[in-house]
Design a protein around this ligand. Structure first.
Ligand SMILES: Cc1cc2nc3c(=O)[nH]c(=O)nc-3n(C[C@H](O)[C@H](O)[C@H](O)COP(=O)(O)OP(=O)(O)OC[C@H]3O[C@@H](n4cnc5c(N)ncnc54)[C@H](O)[C@@H]3O)c2cc1C
Length: 400
């Protein structure tokens, strides 16, 4: 493999750096650095999305005719690397990176032409209605029903852990349209405007004190059958396809490298008894191990990016990336928590959403550590629990 960047790629990197320098305002960089939740603050992400849409760089993987770029794999990688280094806010993936690939593959022309431009402009903000009480890992057991009534469906049931449902104006949902067949064969994929009568949202406050997830109740919700994506009872294929993009479409390693740099900076500062943590072999070795694992993840993600550039989905690489990136991420935050010692105690919650915490008593690098550490506990559950991902890898890759 050739690790040298071509002159063309170097020039592209310069162009990206220049763009970020001129268009990514300092307050947005600061907001992104202080984000401790799964997704960036909605306002922050949408401001950045608008800037990128104007430039034509918001959705590099999309087909060019819908607003994507014709960048090579290397250029896409350079883009995500430079964004991570510049502390650009992450765009909210629910529509752009999760529903959009499903619409490209399974949607009608009418659905693509209606939903994709609105997703890009920010007019539509999506949430994901997959999980239900009792149906998470065993998703195919879901019980929300959609029963035909003329040209419509009447939807009844409840969805849970629905991230950003409090902000969303649309939800994509898995519903049961045939209860009398094998569970996977009776599921359809439907799109529901949140202002439809019968849709209600109840907040769930997490252990981190954040309001990110919700329970969504669907009571006699009437939607046209034309809101179904793909054929009736064949939604399971679309559902699984979406999960590949949710679990990993590349870009985790570049962010982890920035986190590792932050950890290194802390280890060069914190310590005791005349020793910095970086001088303690046991601590240094734990950082080295994470650096090596991050490099391995980076190569796996490059392979996934190459697949996607050929029009393929992320495939099994998504389960590798999800499992590995979460383990590394949690380990980095654990080391940071150990390193900052007493500053891990004051729990400066919601700082990413509410701006600066004037009364923070410690060094700036310690301020976000505890809330992020706590929030990150959920990362080995959402998007498919770690144990279940390992089961998938054991079956698919190892043939066990
Ligand atoms: C912060 C957060 C945000 C989320 N956002 C969304 C969202 O926007 N939309 C949405 O639809 N869902 C969302 N989810 C739900 C998420 O997808 C589910 O929580 C996840 O799939 C696990 O399902 P469960 O919670 O029902 O746990 P369970 O499936 O009950 O699992 C409980 C435990 O049992 C283990 N387990 C289960 N089955 C097996 C098995 N076969 N072998 C070994 N171990 C097993 C799991 O690994 C886990 O440790 C979110 C969850 C969280 C925590």
């Amino acid at each position: 493999m050739d690790f040298e960047y071509s002159a063309e790629d170097q020039a592209f990197r310069e162009e990206v750096r220049e763009f970020l320098q001129e268009n990514l305002p300092q307050d947005m960089r600061e907001g992104a650095r202080r984000t401790t939740t799964v997704f960036a603050d909605k306002q922050l992400a949408m401001r950045w999305q608008a800037i990128l849409v104007k430039k034509g760089w918001a959705v590099p993987p999309w087909p060019v005719e819908y607003g994507g770029t014709d960048w090579t794999v290397t250029q896409k990688y350079i883009w995500s690397e430079e964004c991570a280094k510049a502390s650009a806010p992450g765009l909210i993936p629910l529509g752009l990176r999760m529903l959009a690939p499903v619409l490209f593959k399974y949607g009608t022309q009418e659905q693509k032409d209606y939903y994709l431009p609105r997703m890009l402009s920010g007019e539509h903000y999506w949430c994901q209605g997959y999980s239900e009480p009792g149906s998470g890992s065993d998703l195919a057991s879901l019980r929300t029903t959609a029963v035909k009534d003329g040209d419509d469906y009447i939807v009844n049931g409840t969805k849970i852990w629905t991230t950003h449902a409090q902000f969303a104006d649309h939800i994509f949902c898995l519903v049961r349209t045939d209860p009398d067949v094998r569970p996977q064969a009776g599921i359809s994929f439907v799109l529901i405007p949140m202002d439809t009568p019968g849709v209600t949202v109840e907040p769930i406050i997490t252990i981190a004190g954040d309001h990110e997830v919700n329970q969504v109740f669907l009571d006699d919700v009437r939607i046209p059958q034309s809101n179904r994506v793909g054929p009736e009872n064949e939604g399971w294929q679309a559902a699984k396809y979406l999960l590949e993009f949710e679990r990993g479409g590349g870009g985790a390693a570049v962010r982890l490298k920035v986190d590792l740099e932050e950890l290194l900076a802390i280890a060069h500062t914190e310590g005791g008894d005349g020793l910095r943590l970086i001088d303690v072999a046991a601590f240094r070795n734990r950082i080295s191990e994470l650096e090596i694992r991050t490099s391995a993840l980076e190569f796996a993600e490059l392979a996934t990016l190459a697949r996607m550039s050929q029009g393929l989905s992320p495939g099994i690489g998504s389960s590798v990336a999800k499992t590995s990136s979460v383990e590394i991420d949690q380990a980095i935050e654990t080391l940071k928590l150990e390193a900052i010692g007493c500053y891990s105690m004051p729990h400066a919650n919601k700082i990413s959403l509410n701006g600066f915490n004037e009364s923070w008593p410690g060094p700036a690098y310690a301020e976000t550590v505890t809330p992020k550490y706590i929030n990150l506990r959920a990362a080995s559950i959402f998007g498919g629990a770690k144990e279940v991902q390992k089961n998938i890898l054991a079956k698919t890759v190892l043939g066990l």
